[in-house]
Design a protein around this ligand. Structure first.
Ligand code: B12
Ligand code: SF4
Length: 525
């Protein structure tokens, strides 16, 4: 039997086992290969001191360009030790998972080491593969790779990998292991979205026991019930990744939850979906079946879940839906209400009304379901009147924030738009970007540049929404939130940057020094 070693690299949360490792290892096994999963993220964390871990995290996130000599030595030794275990397995192929752009540097380091020790084939997957390779330290050593558009492309051109897989990995890896090197998703062939999710094997956690992770309250696992979204909001990239909304059947989802509970001894299920309630029929049935299963078997009672949600209209749902969710174990919903202004929401492509938001919170309060609210400040068509709606939101729902029904509010980045994307050609938006921005930030790594450039726009059709005004609105919302006792998240550094910009702002021109602490903004992206 052929052997496949799956490697997960930092930077990733250590709260639960990596979802991709569980999903892909099950597929590799279904293709008749033996598969071992090696989580270098966890291994590293268990083998280095907190100080070394913190320095490495800064390095992975491009906040630091070189490591202290001692840290470099520790990293080299730890990788050596890690790869020795993998060498004992003697794999025919090694797969590496690049979760986000913060995994690009660690993946590059790991692949360089793999290449010097192993002769076997290597394959890369994960959304971080799409990241721009510009922040890699050795880019100029490979003139051929200078025009690489993504990290995956770079890795292929420099020979770090034999294959990379774009998009969903399940079908593509099975095809590849069956010898089909030209199948969709492999080495730049356009990926084809998987439509029959029920046919995929359930994730497996051999080698990545959830109880070995650093969970907050209790061990848990990720679960994916659907991919894509039923909406197509103007600022969102989900439809680029999954053009069609596709969901699994309720039977299959509940089977995975119950098996997960029994086999891996976990109660907590974290949905990775962009929205768990995209298909109401399926979603009702999932909750109904969970309630029924709990009635039949009391050991299932502790099962609970959290996930992203959309605010549904009153016509789409009943109180019974909320009761079912609560009984099924709904613990927390993360919902993009985005704005309390109907005008802004309409432009975004959202369907819900303010009465629907009222209903959402009232039901959550009644059934004890916690909420995280994702909100937008300075959306390109936002007027002062729209902004005042957001202030009203804070007053109106203060009682829920104080009671813990609203666990957190997160105000998005003061309108970060670099490319018009789906806003291009819109009758209400004509974005103008500061042409000098790119020059000023030329040497910043992609992640930072995206953020810096994202500040430099104004909507010609809503000209009073200058950067200064967007920042003022963000600060005002912060002030009101603090005054009313709203729990907020991760805003200290963000506000510091906005404050710096505001101080130097003159006629919407931004100076480089305003971004002194820009890299801290990465953590909010
Ligand atoms: C849940 C989630 C989180 C959670 C949990 C993260 C974790 N596990 O550590 C939290 C909230 C903590 C989080 C944080 C962040 N996230 Co996040 N997150 C997600 C989300 C919603 C689901 C990810 C997931 O688990 N999916 C399920 C698994 C199975 O999918 P997957 O990992 O993509 O793997 C599939 C394929 O990529 C491929 N694959 C993956 N690896 C491999 C390997 C091989 C060999 C093969 C063949 C295939 C393959 O096959 C898998 C199955 O199809 C996605 C959006 C989305 N819907 O995908 C964003 C997403 C991944 N996150 C993103 C970002 C940017 C972040 C943050 C950097 C945000 C920030 N600034 O803090 C942080 C990074 C945190 C960190 N260092 O850990 C971006 C990544 C974009 C990019 N290219 O960089 C995404 C895509 C959201 C977005 N639209 O912008 N995130
Ligand atoms: S509802 Fe959420 S996930 Fe769906 S398109 Fe809108 S912002 Fe994106």
């Amino acid at each position: 039997m052929k052997r496949f070693a799956f490697i997960n690299v930092p930077s990733q949360e250590l709260e639960r086992p990596p979802a991709a490792a569980a999903a892909i290892s099950a597929c590799v096994r279904s293709a008749g290969w033996e598969c071992n999963v090696y989580d270098f993220n966890l291994f590293l964390h268990s083998n280095v001191t907190t100080d070394v871990w913190i320095e490495l995290e800064q390095y992975w996130r491009c906040k630091k360009y070189t490591l202290e000599p001692d840290t470099q030595k520790i990293l080299d030794n730890t990788i050596d030790q890690f790869l020795t275990t993998i060498a004992e397995f003697n794999p025919d192929m090694i797969g590496i998972s690049v979760f986000t752009r913060f995994s690009v540097i660690p993946a590059n380091v790991m692949l360089t080491n793999i290449r010097s020790r192993f002769d076997c084939k290597t394959v890369m997957g994960g959304l971080g593969g799409y990241a721009w390779p510009g922040s890699l330290p050795n880019l100029t050593e490979h003139p051929l790779a200078l025009d690489a558009t993504t990290f995956a492309d770079y890795a292929l051109k420099t020979g770090l990998v034999d294959y990379y897989i774009q998009g969903e990995g399940e079908q593509a890896i099975i095809e590849l292991l069956n010898g089909n090197e030209n199948s969709s998703g492999v080495n730049g062939n356009p990926a084809v979205q998987i439509r029959k999710l029920d046919k995929l094997p359930h994730p497996e956690y051999e080698g990545i026991d959830p109880s070995n992770y650093y969970y907050t309250s209790e061990p848990g696992i990720y679960i994916t019930a659907s991919r894509g979204c039923v909406r197509n909001c103007k600022f969102c990239s989900i439809s680029d990744m999954w053009p069609k909304y596709t969901s699994r059947s309720a039977d299959d989802i509940v089977r995975e939850i119950i098996n997960g509970k029994k086999k891996y001894n976990v109660n907590l299920f974290h949905f990775t979906d962009s929205l768990i309630n995209g298909n109401m029929k399926m979603w009702r049935e999932v909750n109904r079946q969970l309630v029924e299963a709990k009635k039949q078997d009391s050991s299932l009672e502790p099962i609970k879940y959290l996930g992203q949600f959309i605010c549904r209209t009153r016509f789409d749902q009943t109180e019974k839906d909320w009761e079912l969710m609560a009984k099924a174990g709904c613990n927390m919903l993360v919902t993009g209400f985005e704005s309390y202004s109907p005008h802004v929401r309409k432009h975004m492509g959202k369907n819900h009304t303010n009465a629907d938001i009222d209903f959402h919170f009232a039901q959550s309060a009644y059934y004890g379901i916690k909420n995280v609210c994702l909100m937008f400040v300075g959306y390109p068509v936002e007027t002062l009147e729209d902004h005042n709606y957001n202030i009203e939101f804070l007053h109106r729902y203060q009682k829920y924030a104080r009671a813990g029904v609203i666990h957190m509010v997160r105000w998005g980045y003061t309108g970060m738009f670099r490319e018009e994307g789906k806003l291009a050609g819109d009758s209400k938006v004509k974005l103008i970007t500061d042409p000098d921005f790119a020059k000023r930030f030329h040497n910043l790594p992609q992640g930072l540049r995206d953020i810096a450039l994202g500040f430099g726009w104004v909507n010609e059709l809503n000209p009073t929404l200058t950067l200064k005004e967007r920042i003022r609105r963000r600060l005002e919302l912060h002030e009101v939130s603090v005054k009313l006792g709203w729990p907020q998240t991760r805003n200290r550094e963000e506000l510091q940057i906005l404050y710096n910009i505001l101080q130097n702002l003159d006629k919407n021109v931004i100076n480089t020094q305003d971004f002194e602490n820009l890299e801290t903004l990465l953590d909010f992206h």
